[in-house]
Write a protein that binds this ligand. Structure first.
Ligand code: SF4
Ligand code: SF4
Length: 221
């Protein structure tokens, strides 16, 4: 495993994950090979990775130790608003990657940063059941629906040096006919020059430009 690299964009999104979102849905695979989820708090970040914990008696712990891989999604925002309004004010992060059991390292820091943990595990003896995990590598996506147009960003952790490339892009086959502009819900296609260019940070990945381009100039990234 390569050493963790400094990744400024990851630092920003890990901060959002731990301080703003905090509680996320984490998916693992059970003994039957089926997906299982539960809500887990993202306890701490040092800007390069994120730390969470669980008790060694839990099924979650056994699954983490077996696969050493998780996928998670969390969202935040829209509190106090009605459902329609709230859904337009959401920030969400998804992250998947390998995790490592680092034992009781960081336990003190985690309890310091998350005082509510002392109510769940009130004394040092009870805390002996806890084990801390961290991501050793991973790829993530940030999604902010509160901006107009929406904001999207990819990031990576640790040895996963390449952020995932998803969505669509326009190739030299573009003739500038403008069909894609009419179907893009985010107005995020630059059309000053041909070939047109998708503003990736605002693209919804809806695929309208891909399916409607009469010249097959739009391809998956
Ligand atoms: S629809 Fe296709 S060919 Fe027409 S402007 Fe858009 S990308 Fe270019
Ligand atoms: S995938 Fe959808 S949002 Fe993105 S550029 Fe194409 S039409 Fe616009």
């Amino acid at each position: 495993m390569q050493a963790t690299k400094n990744n400024p964009s990851a630092e920003k999104y890990l901060g959002v994950l731990v301080t703003e979102i905090h509680s996320v849905v984490v998916a693992t695979i059970d003994d039957q090979g089926l997906p299982v989820t539960r809500v887990i708090d993202m306890m701490l970040t040092d800007g390069q990775t994120v730390y969470f914990l669980t008790a060694h008696g839990k099924e979650f712990y056994r699954q983490l130790m077996r696969t050493k891989y998780v996928a998670l999604t969390g969202m935040h925002g829209g509190e106090g608003m009605d459902r329609a309004e709230a859904s337009m004010h959401v920030k969400a992060i998804s992250l998947r990657g390998h995790v490592e059991n680092i034992g009781t390292e960081k336990i003190g820091e985690i309890f310091e940063e998350n005082p509510y943990m002392a109510e769940i595990y009130p004394n040092p003896k009870a805390r002996e059941a806890l084990r801390v995990f961290k991501f050793t590598d991973g790829v993530g996506q940030f999604f902010d629906l509160s901006t107009k147009p929406i904001t999207r960003a990819d990031f990576s952790l640790g040895s996963a040096t390449e952020a995932p490339t998803t969505g669509y892009e326009i190739t030299d086959a573009c003739v500038g006919c403008g069909t894609c502009l009419e179907v893009c819900p985010q107005d995020c296609i630059e059309h000053d020059v041909v070939p047109y260019v998708i503003e990736q940070e605002h693209c919804l990945h809806c695929g309208n430009c891909f399916t409607d381009c009469p010249h097959q100039a739009v391809v998956r990234r």
